[in-house]
Design a protein around this ligand. Sequence first.
Ligand code: NAD
Ligand code: GLY
Length: 378
Amino acid sequence: MSTIISEDIANPPTNRLLKVLDVALPDRNYPITIGTNLLSHLEHFKLHAGQRVLIATNTTIAPLYLQTLTNMLAANGIEVDSVIVPDGEQYKTMATWNTILTQLLANNHTRRSILIALGGGVIGDVAGFAASAYQRGIPFIQVPTTLLAQVDSSVGGKTAINHPLGKNMIGAFYQPQAVVIDLNCLKTLPPRQLSAGLAEVIKYGIILDSTFFDWLESHIDDLLHLDPAAMSYCIYHCCKLKADVVIADETEQNLRAILNLGHTYGHAIETELGYGKWLHGEAVSVGMLMAAYAANLLDKFSLTDIDRIKNLLSRAGLPITRPSQMPAEAYLPHMLRDKKVLSGQLRLVLPTQIGKVEVIDGIDKNIVLESIKSVEMK
Ligand code: NAD
Ligand code: GLY
């Protein structure tokens, strides 16, 4: 189990809402630190004077946060350079991966250099994958700046790039040495991106924790307004739920698959429409509804619970209708390429009640088609 090292939420005047969670994997540990103003403090990065760092970020995040992070590291005796790549899911590619590797080589970074991923899930995934490959692996640190990255993609060591034939199809399991979550970064996040992150937050309630789902029903507006205490609790709780799954099954032999609720449908939307058209969280929102309908068609999940999920997703500003330009039949070829598919059989994560899911093999294609059609088109 992950352990709480500190939690000083009870001490508001001086604290930075600081919480530290230790992810204790079988062969290594790393801390996830959540708080405010962390980009200006070295203490949670597990770095020290004399080290060399490359920061990978993108054209949107660089003007917002690169200088603060660079100055802080330099002031602490760390040698820093950076690589700024284009922004967008459509750039989560081998070309961007190669740009990061080229910068590492061009600036003579060694095996001891540390790569910092400063950005959302796209930067975290592609930079993490570059770290896994450079000189057969150098340490890296995740500094997630979107809600989605703070609650999900920065935790657990999945790194990847997309291929035109499938999302996240090329990558590695590669754990960071630290995850530093600065709540202040959310202040500049566009509302649509905040909502996209809430899709993964709601996912945790559906798959693992009905009490947390209840809490979200009462606090979704606080999260949309970036209430610091609610947001800090929410991010911490999601990281803890995910860390416990990752500790139990780091390389997704079984249990970790539950984190993919709605993702098989969602990845089909992202790939078919073109990466970046629908945000990952938006596609997951509709995908979770489709999974809920599939479970209902198999008599495993009630329409009342589907309504609760639909209502919460909608209040979070997420889509609950599917893209009009994509017929139900167009989902299947993508879904059959999903990493969970074994021997050509569809394998889906389906809810059985709020807070519980099952991974079900060999689901009839007609059920899948019906579940897609159950979600209205926009
Ligand atoms: P993203 O990285 O594209 O970021 C969303 C947008 O917000 C981008 O335009 C980005 O530049 C901008 N941005 C980031 N931080 C900002 C800030 N603080 N202020 C203003 N703008 C900011 O998207 P995302 O939603 O963070 O991540 C989605 C990606 O994560 C997908 O590729 C998905 O496959 C991946 N993912 C990976 C895992 C995993 O376990 N590795 C889990 C879930 C999702
Ligand atoms: N987002 C799915 C996972 O980390 O396994």
